[in-house]
Write a protein that binds this ligand. Structure first.
Ligand code: CA2
Length: 143
């Protein structure tokens, strides 16, 4: 059993800037945390700053994974194309955010992808990913 963890734009900067909003944990530490928590299941992690690369990864990995944990970054609020790719995914996708997008600027309070995701976890820092992983594992086990 294998899960894809997809990180959107600028999340490669985690830990280096804006620690008050996004915490001090780096992306590599989050990926390691997820790999440990998922064992014996396998985690495949991928980060890109490019919308098309995230879509390609979803399309290509969809059939070979049992679920996806997705932090779409800024594309959360802008990308119809990413939403369409999530909708087309053959497995459940759980949307996660480090910050509570509903407690932030108005433009962050709407997600284009939430409506086609199995569920959303937002506001718990790096822990959001762990909760999202738990959810997607439970969904995969129930199917
Ligand atoms: O809270 C989240 O996880 C977000 O998806 C993060 C995105 C933001 O655009 C969304 O509204 C909410 C931004 C990720 C940028 O990450 C940075 C990390 C460190 C320094 C600068 C940016």
């Amino acid at each position: 059993v294998r899960f894809l963890v997809l990180h959107g734009p600028n999340l490669n900067l985690l830990g280096s800037r804006e620690p008050d909003v996004y915490g001090t944990t780096t992306l590599a530490e989050i990926d390691e945390m997820l790999a440990n928590a998922a064992a014996p299941h396998e985690i495949v992690s991928f980060q890109s700053n490019h919308e098309g690369e995230l879509i390609d990864k979803l399309q290509l990995s969809g059939p070979s994974v049992n679920g996806v944990v997705l932090n779409p970054g800024g594309f959360t609020h802008t990308s119809v194309a990413l939403r369409d790719a999530v909708q087309a995914a053959p497995v459940p996708v759980v949307e996660v955010h480090l910050s509570n997008i509903y407690a932030r600027e108005a433009f962050r309070q709407h997600s284009l992808v939430s409506g086609v995701c199995a569920g959303v976890v937002s506001g718990f820092g790096a822990q959001s990913y762990l909760l999202g992983l738990q959810a997607v594992i439970a969904l995969a086990e129930a199917s």
